[in-house]
Design a protein around this ligand. Structure first.
Ligand SMILES: O=P(O)(O)OC[C@H]1O[C@@H](O)[C@H](O)[C@@H](O)[C@@H]1O
Length: 249
């Protein structure tokens, strides 16, 4: 009925791109911020401007990771090293945290303008999990998780939440390390070997695989070679929408 191994007692869901249609909003905000930064840097150094690729660069270096990890990871791919800075660095500071805060201003503005939409198939799936007696948690790198869940009106569907804010407070390494998902399993009182992970990001399925979870469901919202990439990075199964698992008798 849920398309999961019998042993599964808990489901741990990523947020952006799995439950809500917000991955594309994040990708657009990242692109705007990085392109502005790269253009200014190219002008200052007299080097060619190579824009941020909203699909390739986002998927490889940024998607699914904590804000500062995504910033650092993409800049490293371009051979750029910046000081870490402090979490409260102003958005115009040329630091990892400053650039991350610049992107956050943009993403909050976009979310405010566009609102937050859910994937109906995911909401139906989470409800079915709960009706079947499984525990549910949201495990997201985003520090905006509380606000996004509230805007989507789905907060009450989850027994626990591990997000970017909690990871920062507890000093948990972000995805692709398994720690955030392990904390999610612990929060619902289920061992990793009896929990399933649902992820659309390469860093996320890697985290599920690294944590030896019972089952890692990759969710391909992108198309192209993303399906194969999710499988290569650790997904046990890849679906286009969680409703496909409900059809799986
Ligand atoms: O900047 P935030 O809201 O803390 O989010 C961090 C990351 O959270 C992840 O859920 C998204 O997939 C990423 O795109 C995003 O960058």
């Amino acid at each position: 009925m849920l398309g999961l191994p019998q042993s599964v007692d808990a489901c741990l869901f990523d947020l952006d791109g799995v439950l809500t249609r917000t991955a594309a909003v994040h990708a657009a905000a990242w692109k705007r911020m990085f392109d502005e930064y790269l253009r200014a840097r190219a002008e200052a150094t007299g080097t060619p401007f190579v824009p941020f690729d909203e699909v390739g660069d986002y998927g490889k270096y940024v998607d699914g990771k904590r804000r500062e990890d995504g910033t650092r990871s993409f800049l490293t791919s371009r051979g750029i090293t910046l000081p870490e800075g402090r979490p409260d660095d102003p958005p115009d500071a040329e630091t990892i945290r400053g650039l991350g805060n610049r992107k956050n201003q943009l993403v909050l503005k976009l979310l405010e303008e566009k609102g937050v939409e859910v994937f109906d198939g995911s909401v139906a799936y989470v409800r079915a999990c709960r009706e079947a007696g499984l525990r549910t948690a949201v495990v997201s790198s985003s520090a905006n998780t509380v606000q996004v869940l509230a805007a989507a009106d789905i907060t009450g569907l989850f027994d626990a939440r591990v997000d970017g804010v909690i990871a920062q407070e507890r000093d948990l390494p972000g995805k692709p390390a398994p720690d955030m998902f392990l904390a999610g399993a612990e929060a619902v009182g289920v061992p990793a070997a009896r929990a399933a992970v649902f992820e659309d990001a390469l860093a996320g399925v890697e985290a599920g695989h690294a944590g030896d979870f019972a089952y890692v469901v990759g969710v391909d919202r992108v198309g192209g070679d993303h399906r194969e990439a999710l499988a290569r990075h650790g997904a046990d199964i890849v679906v286009g929408d969680l409703s496909e698992l409900l059809e799986d008798k």
